[in-house]
Design a binder for this molecule. Structure first.
Ligand SMILES: NC(=O)c1ccc[n+]([C@@H]2O[C@H](COP(=O)([O-])OP(=O)(O)OC[C@H]3O[C@@H](n4cnc5c(N)ncnc54)[C@H](O)[C@@H]3O)[C@@H](O)[C@H]2O)c1
Length: 245
């Protein structure tokens, strides 16, 4: 088991599903987890669950697309040793029912703001403290939409996800000598898709199942650990073999 005792981890969008799974696993490994979510009650529920299981956690509700709120939260609850930039809409809500040529600029804002600017603001807020302490782990929860593209209606989401993983590559280069690593995990189809599509996806995923929050959390735990200090600037595909690299 990787040991995160004495580390503080900020998990954005940690109030449900994948982010909640990550928050819970990092807490089990000993981290003090700052559970962020736009929806305070979701963050509080996950905090209650972590504390009930003997972990340490604090609910830190804010909107990752509000830069002032991000800065205030990091100033109030930091310093942050591990940032997991997970907040997003699970992909589906960011799918537009039209091709890019038929969109208007207002359509691009939501997917670009949360998936790109949200990651940018959080990284920018936590980095100075990480540099000062000579240690940090930054992990972005990206998507095959950002590495490969996943179909009609996802162009702005893909730009957001691809932009964020590109940012993390740059941070890896800039901060390699500061003890800071920056990596992304690019997810394939997760088990939160609509019930009626599960069987169809199972057929085309080589390992024969959809991804779970624990699949993602396990990768984040490793990337957050001291043992992964030589892994930086990488985008790791978690997709059951659906997108080979
Ligand atoms: N579910 C999938 O199939 C899938 C696939 C590829 C990538 N991803 C990525 O994984 C991440 C998590 O996905 P999920 O399925 O758990 O999503 P989800 O929608 O189930 O949960 C996301 C959480 O983030 C919160 N959130 C949304 N916007 C926020 C904001 N601006 N500030 C703070 N919190 C905010 C929501 O309130 C919610 O609790 C996302 O970045 C998503 O793009 C998901």
């Amino acid at each position: 088991m990787f040991d995160l005792t004495s580390r503080t981890a900020l998990v954005t969008g940690g109030g449900q599903n994948i982010g909640a799974g990550i928050a819970q696993m990092l807490a089990t490994a000993g981290a003090r987890v700052l559970v962020n979510d736009l929806r305070a009650e979701r963050a509080e529920n996950i905090v209650a669950d972590i504390v009930e299981n003997g972990g340490q956690a604090t609910a830190v509700p804010f909107d990752v697309t509000d830069r002032d709120a991000v800065l205030a939260a990091v100033a109030d609850f930091g310093p942050v040793d591990v940032l997991v930039a997970n907040a997003g809409n699970g992909g589906a809500e960011d799918m537009l029912p039209k091709r890019f040529a038929e969109t208007v600029p207002e359509d691009w804002q939501g997917p670009m703001e949360v998936n790109l600017l949200g990651v940018l603001y959080c990284c920018h807020a936590v980095l100075p403290g990480m540099v000062e302490r000579g240690h940090g782990r930054i992990i972005a929860i990206s998507s095959a939409a950002g590495t490969h593209g996943v179909g009609i209606g996802f162009a702005p989401y893909s730009v957001g996800k691809g932009g964020a993983l590109s940012l993390l590559r740059s941070l890896a280069l800039e901060h390699g000598r500061d003890g800071i690593t920056a990596n992304s995990v690019a997810l394939g189809v997760m088990d939160s898709v609509r019930e009626e599509t599960v069987a169809a996806f199972r057929k085309v995923i080589p390992v024969g199942r959809l991804g779970t929050p624990d699949d993602v959390a396990a990768a984040c735990l490793w990337l957050a650990s001291d043992e992964a200090s030589w892994v930086t600037g990488q985008t790791i595909g978690l997709n059951g073999g659906a997108f080979t690299s």
